[in-house]
Design a protein around this ligand. Structure first.
Ligand code: URA
Length: 152
């Protein structure tokens, strides 16, 4: 399961997560670890588009959190990959910068303990298209994939 921040313009129009430019990259990231989009579940912290694509406020995020937690419970994913700082902050209460936390396993205590791999948001990767950032995301995704293989 992948968790982003919130719908952008394209997502808002289509009613589906990650269908714009960031979604294209997310599709490639998913494909890179050997999955099709239909084999993973993609969700967002907030379910409505914040005006001007701003970061959702803590209050907006907390309003949608029950919905997201229910999605997680129903999907019961083997691993969650969080994309960017917002899901990490709102779902796990981790305020540490994403550059520091990415790549280190976290744990979400819900109906059971679910391993969480934080990585950069694809929109950030598109803005910072460096070997360093892309390599970091690749390493994080490979770690998530390896966990699933080791815990079928
Ligand atoms: N960015 C997100 O965080 N979520 C989307 O669905 C699209 C872009």
């Amino acid at each position: 399961m992948f968790i982003g921040e919130g719908p952008g313009k394209d997502e808002d129009q289509q009613g589906r997560p990650f269908v714009g430019k960031a979604g294209e990259l997310l599709d490639k990231m998913i494909g890179g670890i050997g999955f099709k989009r239909e084999q993973v579940y993609i969700a967002n912290v907030v379910k409505c588009r914040p005006p001007d694509n701003r970061t959702p406020t803590p209050q907006e995020s907390q309003t949608c959190l029950g919905y997201l937690k229910r999605q997680i419970e129903l999907i019961d994913p083997g691993v969650i990959v969080t994309l960017g700082a917002t899901p990490l902050r709102e779902l796990l209460g981790i305020q540490t910068g994403i550059t520091k936390v990415r790549g280190s396993w976290q744990r979400l205590e819900l109906h059971r303990a679910i391993p969480v791999m934080p990585t950069f948001h694809p929109a950030y990767v598109l803005r910072q298209y460096t070997n360093e950032v892309r390599g970091a995301v690749w390493a994080d995704l490979k770690a998530a994939r390896a966990w699933l293989e080791e815990h079928p």
